[in-house]
Design a protein around this ligand. Structure first.
Ligand code: NAI
Ligand code: MG
Length: 491
């Protein structure tokens, strides 16, 4: 690992369109702040429909520019690899920017997010020259073959919890497949995405291949979804907005992929290594302040070890250090925004009102008298129908529930509209595989939690969406379309 020192970052303050910095046509801007200090970091342009249209036009231009649409697959691979190198070279700065804008710890930004972003671009660089069609035996004197072609202009809309990582999950495969992109980062965290656009231009991606527009969901995001010249939308965010996007995209028949929310069960059996399970369940809910789509927010614990587990979880939560996200010993950073903080605290209130037992945390905290912090919170004796057991909180709030046996565990695990991820803690290998098969979730972790790799597909069942990020097959499915070519061989 290269030096992990925070540095004073360059703060981008304009839209990135066709490899140049631009203001919003209407001149509107909005502030993005540091949730750990409440300080405004920058004012960035608030793109409106007109600006989105300009960015989409630039992307369409790139799709028609021979420098991009006729670039060899090796050329795309090389550019993606160069982009990975450029990100790696600026990792300290990008990680600092991410932490300032989002409030997550610098440790997470620098040691987890940035390395995974670099690796992601390298993985998809490797895919660029391996996308191929097939020759298909058909009846009659014909040669039939397929071509895998880019979908075209892809709108990528990403949330604020992993601003650069989630952008990379979409941008890297979409570029590998030869598309052009308009990326709209979340209004809470636009900075690293804007820098990503600049770096792509700097390493040689032709103008318009990657455009980045900061702006609000209801304006810039909606304009991208409605735009007649956008061919696909790749979205990560909340389930309600996912539904809106699907409805809005119907009008222009866009290809849509949705990676949405979750209420993932983390299931602890009595035969598990309890220490491991407590550690895993804590990271499962407190990592990234619990602002993680796959957070293990429902912790199901077998009755015979329930009391011990609850006590150990509460103890761990009490010891989770809240602090300045830039400090090395901080484990819980700042909640991304005041609005999100209020939402989390409302859920804490709902848990208490519904009769769940608060065994740790549940309070607003400040660091040096400022910022949006919430203490690591644990509720025990949560009933499956309570709000805190059903709705995505997106904060450091664990809901623990007891179960009796394996069938009971599976039933409870699946009692949710969501299906993003699940964790299983047991030493019984048969039990682990049985639960893995029966739980309805896109990812299952056994005796571990929150593992990701560019090679392994990630996405949801049920209301957690459809389509997968990561993995080469999912990328080809999402970011290419198939053309079938028939050639008569008898004339
Ligand atoms: P959101 O779903 O509104 O925001 C995600 C992205 O969608 C942002 O870039 C936003 O600007 C954009 N967006 C919003 N409305 C849009 C629209 N009508 N058309 C196009 N784009 C639109 O999430 P929000 O409001 O920031 O967070 C609220 C809750 O959503 C959180 O408490 C959490 O439960 C959930 N959430 C889940 C995420 C996940 O990764 N599963 C990520 C972010 C939020
Ligand atoms: Mg911010």
């Amino acid at each position: 690992m290269p030096g992990a020192e925070s540095v004073t970052p360059t703060i981008p303050e304009r839209l990135w369109i066709a490899n140049g910095w631009e203001d919003a046509a209407g001149g509107g801007t909005f502030p993005t702040s540091n949730p750990a200090t409440d300080e405004v970091l920058a004012r960035v342009p608030a793109a409106e429909a007109e600006d989105v249209d300009r960015a989409v036009g630039a992307a369409r231009g790139a799709m028609e520019n021979p420098d991009w649409c006729r670039m060899s697959p090796h050329g795309r691979a090389e550019l993606l690899w160069k982009l990975a190198d450029a990100i790696e070279a600026e990792a300290d700065e990008l990680a600092t920017l991410e932490t300032l804008d989002n409030g997550k710890t610098y440790f997470e930004s620098r040691k987890v997010d940035l390395p995974s972003v670099v690796e992601n671009f390298r993985y998809f660089a490797g895919l660029a020259d391996k996308i191929q069609g097939a020759t298909i035996p058909v009846a009659g004197p014909f040669l039939n073959y397929t071509l895998r072609e880019p979908v075209g202009v892809v709108g990528c809309i990403v949330p604020w919890n992993f601003p650069l990582s989630l952008a990379a999950w979409k941008v890297a495969p979409a570029l590998a497949c030869g598309n052009a992109i308009v990326l709209k980062p979340a209004e809470q965290t636009p900075l690293t995405a804007l820098r990503l656009g600049e770096l792509a231009g700097r390493v040689g991606f032709p103008p318009g291949v990657l455009n980045v527009v900061s702006g609000f969901g209801e304006t810039a995001g909606a304009a991208l979804v409605r735009h007649a010249d956008v061919d696909a939308i790749a979205f990560t965010g909340s389930t309600p907005v996912g539904k809106t996007i699907m409805r809005e995209a119907a009008e222009t028949l866009k290809k849509v992929s949705l990676e949405l929310g979750g209420k993932s069960p983390n299931i602890v059996f009595a035969d598990a290594d309890l220490k491991d399970a407590v550690r895993g369940a804590s990271t499962g809910i407190f990592y990234g302040k619990g602002e993680v789509c796959a957070a293990g927010s429902r912790i199901l614990v077998q009755r015979t070890v329930y009391d011990d587990f609850v006590a150990a979880m509460a103890d761990r939560a009490e010891k989770t250090v809240i602090g300045d996200p830039m400090r090395r010993d901080t484990r819980l950073g700042a909640i991304v925004s005041e609005e999100q903080l209020e939402r989390v605290l409302d859920y804490v209130e709902a848990g208490q009102a519904d009769g769940a037992r608060l065994v740790a945390g549940g309070e607003r905290a400040r660091v040096d008298g400022r910022g949006n912090f919430v203490t690591a919170t644990v509720f025990a004796d949560v009933e499956p129908e309570m709000k805190i057991a059903q709705e995505e909180i997106f904060g450091p709030v664990a809901a623990i529930m007891p179960f009796e046996d394996l069938d009971d565990a599976i039933r409870m695990a699946n009692r949710t509209i969501y299906g993003l991820a699940a964790g299983i803690w047991t030493r019984d290998i048969g039990k682990a595989h049985r639960v893995a098969a029966e739980v309805r979730a896109g990812t299952v972790w056994v005796n571990t939690y929150n593992q990701y790799d560019s090679a392994s597909p990630f996405g949801g069942y049920k209301h957690s969406g459809f389509g997968r990020d990561l993995g080469w097959e999912a990328a080809i499915e999402k970011y290419t379309q198939v053309k079938s070519v028939w050639v008569a061989m008898d004339r």
